[in-house]
Ligand binder design. Structure first.
Ligand code: CAO
Length: 407
């Protein structure tokens, strides 16, 4: 038994934000049926590395799902969809604003068809002035507080590699869907779940709005910036939080030879010993967090004078042995080859029928009674016969639907 065993998800998602949500639902045990246009999710063909084979973009976001094709713009397609909705517990989509309504399926209509349906939509924006706008990852980062706070003070706003706008929103959508399924147990009714990418990113940038309000009471002393105006500045690699941190360089000086070091109040004494400056532990100029606060740049410079002489793995071990929190910057190559991530099931090998073996990132949700078993993404329409057979569509009719461009 898996946690979501028996939950049927009709998955009309495409690209990243929606598929990331439904892949998690599949890993939690839901039966996720991905409904695609007859040409398929556009990502099947985007960024292809192997000609004619579903891209890694698709295969890494659509594991453990089944795939059916259905032309929602044909009359027969709409009839079939009507039947599919009746058998679903959850419908998820992330088309541009209004697309499902234009297909003829408003929330009112869907409720009529299946009052227990949980209907989840991911859009770029909420119902306010941006409601009709399409959105992609970095647009959400731009409009949700991430870009303005990422980068260095003297440089432009930066996008982060973490897909907080897409996959970050997907996770928020999963939380909403699970809550709606839970509430349905008492109400026996489904409900509408709406998540906006701008909102999800803003939620993840919550602490930056904390700092925006703190500015009213003076400069942000935990930031490395020397001057402040009326908005939170970009602060490079400073944590800006309660405990100062910075990325310092390590040997041999390559692009990822850095380690992020946090200096907790208790950490200063062991750090000063490790870096060969034990006298600074009791020096009133350095001994307390308050004394160090105005010269964090100098403090990290002192630390770097030691780290630059060692590789990041040595620094990781030395600092952790003294209970100093730190993290080497791991490159994508190091991550995919990381033994411990493989043992933990976070980097897994999947066997795809056309591409062969590839790596994917496993499920970060680890439940003791619902282990995740990562299986390949489906080929386009691979489960047409299986799913439409359940609805009573005969083999002859299937062939006819194919000829007529309905599936
Ligand atoms: N059968 C027939 N038509 C289908 C179909 C099907 N099975 N599935 C989708 N379509 C049609 C829709 O009806 C719609 O057509 P109309 O515009 O004529 O009504 C069209 O395909 C989909 O439109 P779209 O706006 O979703 O697609 P796009 O490529 O122009 O935009 C995107 C892509 C991502 C910008 C947009 O979907 C969007 O803003 N989504 C919400 C935000 C989001 O999730 N962004 C994340 C992007 S990366 O993860």
């Amino acid at each position: 038994m898996k946690a979501l065993e028996g939950v049927r998800v009709l998955d009309m998602t495409h690209v990243q934000s929606g598929p990331s949500a439904t892949q998690l639902l599949a890993w939690l045990g839901a039966d996720v049926v991905k409904l695609e246009s007859t040409t398929g999710d556009i990502t099947r063909q985007q960024l292809r590395d192997v000609p004619g084979v579903d891209s890694l973009y698709f295969t890494m976001l659509n594991c453990n799902k089944r795939s059916i094709t259905l032309n929602m713009k044909s009359e027969r397609g709409k009839e079939i969809f009507t039947e599919l909705v009746k058998t679903a517990d959850v419908l998820v989509e992330n088309f541009g604003p209004g697309a499902v309504d234009r297909m003829g399926f408003t929330w009112e209509r869907l409720q009529e068809l299946n009052p227990r349906l949980v209907y989840a939509s991911i859009k770029g924006f909420g119902p306010g002035r941006y409601r009709a706008f399409k959105a992609y990852e970095v647009i959400a980062q731009a409009m949700g507080g991430s870009m303005t706070t990422t980068g260095f003070e003297d440089g432009p706003p930066l996008a982060t590699g973490a897909q907080i706008g897409d996959s970050g929103t997907g996770i928020h959508a999963v939380a909403g869907i699970l809550a709606a399924l839970y509430q349905r147990q008492t109400t026996n009714r489904g409900q509408r779940v709406q998540v906006a990418m701008q909102h999800a990113v803003l939620n993840l940038c919550r602490v930056k709005l904390r700092d925006q309000q703190r500015l009213a009471h003076g400069p942000l002393r935990e930031y490395p910036n020397k001057t402040f105006n009326d908005e939170v500045p970009r602060s490079g690699n400073a944590s800006g939080g309660g405990q100062p941190g910075w990325a310092v360089r390590c040997a041999p000086g390559g692009p990822n030879d850095y380690i992020y070091v946090i200096v907790q109040p208790v950490g200063w004494k062991p750090i000063s010993e490790i870096i060969g400056r034990p006298e600074l532990a009791d020096d009133p100029e350095w001994a307390t967090p308050e004394a160090r606060l105005p010269k964090l740049d100098k403090m990290f410079q002192l630390i770097e004078e030691w780290t630059i002489r060692h590789d990041k793995w040595t620094v990781l071990d030395r600092l952790n042995a003294a209970n100093v929190p730190c993290g080497p910057i791991l490159s994508t190559k190091e991550l995919i080859e990381d033994e411990s991530l493989r043992e933990e099931g976070m980097v897994v090998t999947v066997d795809h029928p056309e591409r062969g073996e590839f790596f994917t990132v496993g499920s970060p949700l680890q439940l003791s009674d619902s282990p995740v078993d990562v299986r390949t993404s489906p080929l386009l329409g691979e489960h047409n016969q299986e799913i439409y057979g359940e609805l009573g569509v005969s083999a002859d009719e299937l062939a006819e639907l194919k000829t007529n461009g309905v599936i």
